[in-house]
Write a protein that binds this ligand. Structure first.
Ligand code: DC
Length: 219
């Protein structure tokens, strides 16, 4: 039997890297839901759309998001790199608090998980997108450790940013993500919490693969 694995948690806890590897170990599809919110944010920013005022529902009709493997495309153009800038980081929480944006993306995410065999990471996957997911994981980690991980990630991509700016952005995003009205970031009651502060990436992956296999083989 194929299952749905929902991985939620704060920014910089290693969700995406973990989820991607878990999917590859199980032969499942990996879907980065955060990348979809980032692509919509990039769409607004690059088209100078004032998302606070404009009739968002109309504008969203011109914003098509697709995946090819793990690469994300906005209106047919790969935007893997463009969605990871500090400018997108600074606006993505605000954009992802807009209900019209959420309902469009949640509908698309549910379709992608219809056939199961998916690992999706985000903020509301276990609570809203797939409340019946067979395995739900909620990842947490110390804020300083998360900031340092993000700094290294940006550095690898040639973007140098100070640890203070990155940390402030993480704290701000956590606050907006967990206090917004529509689908706030919260741990599902039936999720398993993993604190990744002192775990290596491969330890995180092993833990989740183990949990998944025990569900898959028990069914
Ligand atoms: O996982 P990430 O840092 O790439 O996510 C970027 C932003 O998108 C994050 O600040 C909150 C938002 N997001 C969301 O609201 N719901 C999701 N399922 C995934 C991400």
């Amino acid at each position: 039997m194929k299952i749905v694995i929902a991985i939620d948690g704060y920014s910089g806890t290693g969700k995406s890297s973990t989820a991607k590897q878990v999917a590859s170990r199980l032969g499942y599809h990996y879907i980065d839901s955060g990348a979809m919110y980032r692509a919509v944010t990039f769409f607004f920013l690059s088209n100078n759309i004032d998302f606070k005022k404009t009739e968002i529902r109309e504008t969203l009709k011109d914003c098509s998001i697709t995946f090819e493997g793990t690469s994300i495309y906005l209106n047919g153009k790969c935007v893997d790199h463009e969605i990871r800038t500090m400018e997108v980081n600074q606006h993505v929480s605000e954009v992802s608090a807009i209900s019209e944006v959420r309902s469009k993306l949640v509908e698309q995410q549910r379709k992608m998980g219809e056939k199961k065999g998916v690992v999706m990471d985000g903020r509301d996957i276990g609570t809203v997108v797939f409340p019946k997911a067979e395995l739900k994981v909620f990842m947490t980690a110390d804020t300083d450790i998360r900031a340092e991980r993000r700094r290294k990630e940006l550095e690898k991509k040639g973007m140098n940013e100070s640890i203070e700016v990155i940390k402030a952005n993480l704290i701000e995003r956590d606050k907006i993500d967990s206090t917004r009205e529509d689908s706030p970031l919260q741990m599902a009651e039936d999720a398993k919490e993993i604190d990744t502060s002192h775990l290596t990436l491969s330890e995180q992956i092993d833990k989740i693969v183990e949990m998944a296999e025990s569900i898959i083989y028990a069914s």
